[in-house]
Design a protein around this ligand. Structure first.
Ligand SMILES: N[C@@H](CCC(=O)N[C@@H](CS)C(=O)NCC(=O)O)C(=O)O
Length: 212
C-alpha cells in the first residue's frame, strides 16, 4: 500500500511519525505543510483531516491522525522491528514509560515550549520556566541514571517510548536558547553537558532519521 505522511516541518508530534517510518525503513511520500501559511487547513486537507492537526498518515484508503495512533498503527501494520515490545513484559515496560512521560514530562515541557516556541501567552514567563525546569531536572536526573546503564529508555532496543519523547528534547534545547530565557541558569541544556548520557541517546535518536 502507498504510504503518505502529512506533517509540519520541525513539529515534535510530526517527528514521532517520521521517526517511526524511518525506524521501520518504510518508503513514503512526504507532504510538508506550512502551518504559518495555513496549508494544513485548505478545504482539501480539512476534507480528509477535519481537526486540521498534523501529523496525518495515509496508508492506501486508511487515514490515521494523532501521532501516537500513527505510531501504534505503523507498528501493527509493519511489525519489523517491533516498537511495543516482543513479550508481554516488554510491552508493559514500553507502555508504562509512555504513560509516565504523559504524567510527569509533558506538563513541564509544555510550560516551556508553549510560550517559547508556539506563541502561547504567559504572565511571568521567567518564573513559569524556572518552575517547570525544576520539575524537569528531577525527571532528567532519573533518565540520565537509566541511560548510563542502557542504550534506550526501556532497555537495549529502540522502542516507541524513545520515539514518543525524543522530539521534545531538541525542541527544549531550541526553546531555552530564546533571548527571553537564555540568561537563566536552569542547568538543563545543552544536554551533552548537563546530562551526557541523555545527550548520547539524543545523538543515536537523531541518526535514525526522519528529520524535516
Ligand atoms: N495530539 C496531537 C497534537 C498535534 C499537534 O498539536 N499538531 C500541531 C503541529 S505540531 C498542529 O497541527 N497545529 C496546527 C493546528 O492544530 O491547527 C498529536 O499527537 O498528533
Amino acid at each position: 500500500m502507498a504510504l503518505h505522511s502529512y506533517y509540519s516541518k520541525g513539529g515534535p508530534f510530526a517527528r514521532r511519525c517520521l521517526l517511526t517510518l524511518a525506524a521501520k525503513g518504510l518508503n513514503y511520500t512526504a507532504h510538508s505543510l506550512d502551518i504559518g501559511k495555513q496549508e494544513h487547513r485548505t478545504a482539501a486537507m480539512l476534507a480528509i483531516n477535519p481537526r486540521g492537526a498534523l501529523p496525518l498518515l495515509q496508508d492506501g484508503d486508511l487515514l490515521v491522525r494523532e501521532s501516537q495512533a500513527v505510531m501504534f498503527y505503523l507498528d501493527r501494520a509493519y511489525p519489523d522491528p517491533p516498537l511495543y515490545g516482543r513479550t508481554p513484559q516488554e510491552a508493559a515496560a514500553v507502555m508504562q514509560e509512555i504513560a509516565e512521560q504523559a504524567s510527569y514530562l509533558e506538563g513541564p515541557l509544555k510550560a516551556i515550549l508553549g510560550p517559547l516556541l508556539f506563541g502561547q501567552r504567559v504572565e511571568k514567563l521567567e518564573e513559569a520556566v524556572s518552575a517547570a525546569a525544576t520539575s524537569l531536572r528531577g525527571e532528567f536526573d532519573k533518565l540520565e541514571a537509566r541511560l548510563q546503564k542502557q542504550a534506550y529508555l526501556t532497555g537495549d532496543l529502540l522502542s516507541a517510548a524513545d520515539i514518543n519523547s525524543y522530539p521534545f528534547f531538541p525542541a527544549l534545547e531550541r526553546a531555552l536558547k530564546q533571548p527571553q530565557v537564555s540568561n537563566l541558569s536552569l542547568g538543563l541544556t545543552p544536554f551533552s553537558k548537563c546530562y551526557p548520557a541523555v545527550g548520547r541517546w539524543m545523538a543515536v535518536m537523531e541518526s535514525i532519521g526522519g528529520a524535516d
